[in-house]
Design a protein around this ligand. Structure first.
Ligand code: PMP
Length: 338
């Protein structure tokens, strides 16, 4: 019989899928770069963050920071929360997540469904107020038995990618990968995978995709709407020497391409996936027709599913509120099929 005893054994070993229609390659195009998407929503918790959750928890168990019956406290409402809640449940830990009141009820309910406790803090108070998001999470994390993973400074975040995602990509491409593209949030994904790939072959190009306005592409943290990527500070988990290049992508391009991936590749993914894939497509277009492009193999990591964004990226009214194109326009404003 073919089965596993723990859900945790289902984390990782996600497939690579070749992108096709969404690349807009002319039918008669000569061989061009192969663009392969690493589909991370197929992890059991629905995102790439399952990988870091397992590794951070296992390392804290080994170091004694997390003891049997302990409580995991993290200020997060997103994918890292789901990963931590799932791993915590499988291993018998309590989980408390602290999130600001602007976080949607749906997101909070996902965490609660896994058995986690969610503490909601008012957004409308100053950071020094005792009820602020920062103070509440610090207070909870200082309780006996509590442990805070802190994905922005925990070295096991990039390490999980160095140990799992990087080797998977190298093996799956039989060492033929030439370019790796990923969005940058904590920087764990790009730093861990980038380091592993460059150790195997120093010629592999590592490309970060970043929302226009974020620090990684030279901005000051100006607001952008794509979630999970871009920062207004430099996290410890980001290796500032790893990226050979950063491609800046606007919200409009990220969202339009996210929708194209669903319609043209049947890949229902989140906005940060659309952003990274848009950057990969731009890179493929630059390489097409060049001697280097013929054998280029571009791998782009797609972090999560589009299910969590049905009321945003996939909702015409929401897009229209921000003045983004809806319908079936492509990123250049063309209508597909014209
Ligand atoms: N996309 C989404 C949806 C995310 O939640 C994250 C993590 N913040 C990322 C991309 C970026 O990954 P990393 O933190 O490893 O840079």
């Amino acid at each position: 019989m073919d089965y596993v005893n723990s859900l945790l054994d289902l984390i990782g070993n996600t497939p690579l899928l070749a992108l096709s229609r969404s690349l807009d390659r002319p039918e008669d195009a000569a061989e061009g770069p192969l663009v392969l998407a690493k589909v991370e929503y197929l992890n059991p918790g629905g995102s790439v963050k399952d990988r870091i959750a397992t590794r951070m928890i296992e390392a804290a168990e080994a170091s004694g920071e997390l003891q049997p019956g302990g409580t995991i406290v993290e200020p997060t409402s997103g994918n890292t929360g789901v990963g931590l809640a799932m791993v915590a449940q499988a291993k018998g830990y309590k989980c408390i997540f602290v999130c600001p009141d602007k976080v949607s009820e749906d997101k909070r309910n996902v965490l609660k469904a896994y058995g986690a406790e969610v503490v909601v803090c008012p957004t409308a108070v100053a950071p020094e107020h005792p009820d602020s998001y920062y103070n509440v999470s610090d207070r909870l994390a200082s309780q006996p038995g509590a442990w805070k993973p802190d994905q922005y400074s925990n070295p096991h975040n990039p390490r999980s990618h160095y140990e799992t995602t990087g080797p998977e990509i190298w093996r799956q491409t039989e060492g033929r990968i030439t370019h790796f593209v990923a969005g940058v949030g904590t920087g764990g994904t790009i730093s861990g995978i980038g380091r592993y790939l460059k150790e195997q072959n120093p010629n592999v190009q590592v490309i970060g995709a970043d929302p226009a306005g974020s620090v990684y592409s030279g901005g000051s943290g100006r607001p952008y709407l794509v979630e999970g990527v871009g920062e207004d500070f430099w996290p410890d988990t980001y290796d500032r020497g790893i990226a050979d290049r950063i491609i800046e992508v606007s919200d409009a391009d990220s969202f339009a391409f996210t929708r194209r991936l669903a319609r043209e590749e049947a890949l229902l993914v989140g906005g940060s996936s659309g952003m990274a894939a848009f950057a990969a497509k731009q890179l493929a277009a630059e390489l097409a027709g060049t001697p280097e492009g013929k054998d280029a193999v571009i791998v782009v990591l797609l972090p999560d599913s589009g299910r969590g964004y049905l009321t945003k990226v996939f909702n015409d009214d929401w897009l229209a509120t921000y003045g983004f194109p809806t319908g079936s326009e492509s990123e250049e404003g063309r209508t597909v099929g014209e």
